[in-house]
Design a protein around this ligand. Sequence first.
Ligand SMILES: [Zn+2]
Length: 404
Amino acid sequence: MNDLDHRVLGNKLDLFHQQEEGAGMVFWHPRGWELYRVLEDYVRARMRRAGFREIRTPQLLARSLWEKSGHWEKFGAAMYSLADAEEGRALCLKPMSCPCHVQAFNQRVRSYRELPVRYSEFGACHRDEPSGSLEGLKRTRAFVQDDAHVFCMPAHIEAEVGRFCALLRTVYADLGFSGFKVALATRPAMRAGSDQTWDRAEDALAKAARAAGLEFDVLEGEGAFYGPKLEFHLTDSRARSWQCGTIQLDFVLPERLDAEFVNERNERERPVMIHHAVLGSMERFIAMLLEHHEGWLPVWLAPEQVVVATVSDANIGYAQEVMQVLDDAGVRAVLDSRPERLEKKIFDAREKQVPLLVVVGSRDERDRTISIRMRDGRHATVSFVEGVERLMLMAPTPAMVSRL
Ligand SMILES: [Zn+2]
């Protein structure tokens, strides 16, 4: 494993570990979980601004639901099942959240006036991947999808796909990726639905993608079993391609799970279901972020944005005052008041790839100043108040980034 493998970085930066008793699962450590939650908060804020309402659905559901949705037939081998002896039926851990979102949609009669209905969920999913295919965070058996579904009419498809493409562009740019390639994946050999339905779905998606100004390659036969999809492939700093975002049109699941709305003519009609993901899997995306940035995450995403280092024990009180103000301002700072030389503290902060360093010594305390050091060696001594303002701009919160 080379130094830039996310497993090596994850160990060096103390983000997470994995062990045999939980093969394909992740034990997140405090710094790693901070990173995870910052990413989640950011995506949550972006989804909300894009018109999605977040929901939460169960992880364990009766197998009969998966049989009805068609997932059991297609994914059954990768689904974890257990017997509910008392009720005499089989339960499955969800491999995806789609059927659950249909259940939420179906809870009352829907009018065409309320469409599109947009749900998002950080869906905790399990898939029984073969042990040989497991690879750190890149392929796990337990993962969280930043999942989202839109229930709409065919007339909405173009606008919804366009809206989602704009969202993807913004998110990828915020996360430090400059470009992506798009592919349209068409009907696979093993599929649900008639050829006529597939013709309609593929045409609608291609048209919507073109209207959104996207150029795309066609991947024949690579679509999901219920509909065609647009795949977004990010290129990382080592010119590797990662499939992340997807938009999938689905005319099948609403039919199987009896989703309907009342149209303008007061008749019952099936909605179109659009499946969305921006990142795909949170775990896999974090692997990609770590490798792409070689551990030097954008400052807003770094689990620890600032190390506040004391020059000597005499400065601990002042350093704690600085810490408190940074904490109140939403800046993620950690205090290094160990009885070590300043050079050692600076070295350790770099080792942990913390992007900003604040040094406080006796002169700073006397003059009410702080000394800010950047990763590239630039540094400045400024007043406490100005320093905090600068740090807030350099180390914004996820909510602030989502409004830029
Ligand atoms: Zn879905």
